[in-house]
Ligand binder design. Structure first.
Ligand SMILES: [Zn+2]
Length: 341
């Protein structure tokens, strides 16, 4: 039996009171006042938003569980500073913890981080520890561009990030490299910025030597790895030109791609070019692309259909659906074993 583990889902349908509090928090920050207290949100409100959306789709599409994190586009680290970012990250992560508490068989928690354009990683480390050590989270979403679409931060291979990586390794949790909303009108968030950031992150890793310093560090580059699998020859060639080891030994013990590519030819290419051990099933539902593909009659983000249709062995399919996720998220593996799975 294979568990179908979706490694990429966000709480895009959070209760309205949560979103309204965020607006009030930002308004108070702007006018120099204290933020209002966080609203009471009942378990029933959370159940309603989950059962009508993510849980319904998990069941309809035949998956078993989703690795679940706060809404990515609302992380918005470029808005305000740490005084705004820390309470916002805590509120979002606490809500994820409540979802996983209500549906422990169906959701495993991943946290967002209170990053800000001018801040170091101190409060991100504290929040990661709070979530993993205190609330049972299994990973985090790390934003390589807290400036929100301007890429003014140092590359992921820079010492700026090292204190955070040390704690990731200590806690044995991976990070999904995930940007948020774009404040750059030249970059559409989910169509331009996300895919560009995925590609940029991979190239940063290629140029550096991060994993010889942190051999246990693991990154998931979402959205199918951005443009990387399609341009695999370019990156292999650049590694050669830059006198780096071949990509397999340089990066691919530590870097993984999800299957959030919303058509069959794209998934076929991913599975053809990238080794099975580096691919994790993901759909990012309910997320960026919510419509039905008129060519197939199925939802674009029903990525399980494409993986099911791949011409691969059952061992490979098991790795993409379950085995790789358990390897990349050891804390998920431990939780599942604790439930006899
Ligand atoms: Zn996402």
């Amino acid at each position: 039996m294979t568990l179908i583990i979706d490694c990429h889902g966000h709480y895009t349908t959070a209760p309205e009171a949560h979103n309204l509090w965020r607006e009030a928090q930002k308004a108070a920050f702007k006018s120099g006042e204290a933020a209002p207290p966080y609203p009471e949100i009942s378990d029933d409100e959370i159940r309603e938003t989950i059962e009508a959306n993510q849980l319904r789709l998990i069941r309809e599409r035949g998956a078993d569980m989703t690795i679940f994190s706060p809404r990515a586009s609302a992380m918005a680290p470029h808005v305000g500073d740490q005084k705004l970012a820390v309470p916002w990250a805590r509120a979002c992560n606490d809500l994820i913890a409540r979802v996983a508490g209500l549906y422990p068989e169906c959701f495993a928690s991943v946290c967002m981080l209170p990053q800000s354009p001018e801040a170091d990683m101190t409060s991100a480390i504290a929040e990661l520890r709070r979530c993993v050590e205190g609330l049972g989270f299994i990973g985090c979403n790390l934003n390589p561009d807290p400036g929100g679409g301007r890429f003014t931060h140092p590359p992921l291979t820079d010492a700026f990030w090292f204190p955070f990586y040390e704690v990731m390794c200590e806690l044995d949790v991976p990070a999904m490299i995930h940007v948020s909303g774009s404040c750059n009108p030249a970059m559409h968030a989910t169509g331009g910025y996300y895919i560009a950031a995925d590609t940029i992150a991979f190239m940063q890793l290629l140029e550096g030597d991060l994993f010889s310093r942190f051999p246990k560090l693991r990154f998931i580059i979402p959205h199918g790895g951005g443009a990387v699998p399609y341009h695999w020859g370019r990156y292999r060639g650049l590694a050669d030109m830059l006198k780096k080891p071949d990509l397999q030994s340089h990066l691919m013990y530590n870097v993984f791609f999800d299957t959030c590519v919303y058509h069959q030819p794209g998934i076929d290419l991913l599975a053809d070019v990238i080794e099975t051990k580096n691919i994790l099933f993901g759909s990012e539902m309910v997320g960026a692309v919510r419509g039905i593909d008129p060519q197939t009659g199925h939802y674009f983000d029903d990525t399980k259909r494409y993986v099911d249709a791949l011409d691969i062995t059952s061992e490979q399919r098991h790795a993409i659906y379950e085995g790789n996720a358990r390897r990349v998220f050891p804390r998920l593996d431990a939780q599942l074993k604790g439930r006899g799975l």
